[in-house]
Design a protein around this ligand. Sequence first.
Ligand SMILES: Nc1ncnc2c1ncn2[C@@H]1O[C@H](COP(=O)(O)OP(=O)(O)OP(=O)(O)O)[C@@H](O)[C@H]1O
Ligand SMILES: Cc1ncsc1CCO
Ligand SMILES: [Mg+2]
Length: 275
Amino acid sequence: MNDMGKALESVREREPLVQCITNFVTVNDCANIILACGGSPSMAHDKREVEESVAVSQALVCNMGAIEDTEAMILAGKEANRRGIPVVLDPVAVGGTQLRRDSAKQLLENVKFTAIRGNASEIKYLAGQETLGSGVDVSREDAVTSVSLLKTADLVKNLAISTGSVIALSGESDIISDGKETVILKNGCATMSRITGSGCMVTSMIGAFCGAMPDDGITAVCSAMAAMGIAGEKAEADRIAKGTGNATFRTDLIDAVFNMTGEGLNKGARYEIIR
Ligand SMILES: Nc1ncnc2c1ncn2[C@@H]1O[C@H](COP(=O)(O)OP(=O)(O)OP(=O)(O)O)[C@@H](O)[C@H]1O
Ligand SMILES: Cc1ncsc1CCO
Ligand SMILES: [Mg+2]
């Protein structure tokens, strides 16, 4: 993995246009977090225009939250693959319903993803494990503990090898692997799971970072996830100081990404690399 601070600086220099086909719940937050880290968002999602739209972008983000856009995601994903534009997948609630299981299968069969980011229930489902998560949040039983951390890191690494994608499993610790390097990131705070969309937002940021550095997926994904975690810690300190709740936390989280520097990212990142 290369320098995270430089990765953030390169997003700000290159201002990648990030085409997102995402859900109506968190779409505005995703657009604003892309702007906060230095990218430029486009949320066009109609199948009649996505190929044209992705052709002028530096990255594509496909988020399964609202599910109705699978056809548009495949059209856009294939076009991005043809052009060598990185594609990022957020498999929201993938194991939860037959429709989502089928959509994910179709997406993975038709599109090569640079990175896939999901919570433990979602990533474990993609790795072929039975999971208990049925909604968009991780189930208590799937959440990674200190006991299951290393075993889960193996699962993430193996999924990276079998898909050829950088896999990021988010949670109290984030586990990220490209099959060669596996990184455990320890930033963030529990309040991040008390707002909707912290996952969708970090996946959108991964899109921006991959757009700025398409040839260094592991650095792009780790840097975006560390930036999000550090921003969560800043927003949590603000929340405690002000006595506010999750609505203000969401705003403070986006502000903290906006105000983050490369140096702040390097100083704040807490991680270990397992080989
Ligand atoms: N308990 C926690 N401690 C530290 N960081 C956390 C915790 N829970 C979540 N996070 C952070 O929050 C972000 C979102 O991760 P999470 O696993 O909650 O995604 P998600 O379930 O897909 O969210 P959503 O679908 O609501 O957008 C990640 O950056 C992750 O590191
Ligand atoms: C709550 C919710 N429902 C569908 S998508 C979404 C956003 C978090 O994944
Ligand atoms: Mg999610």
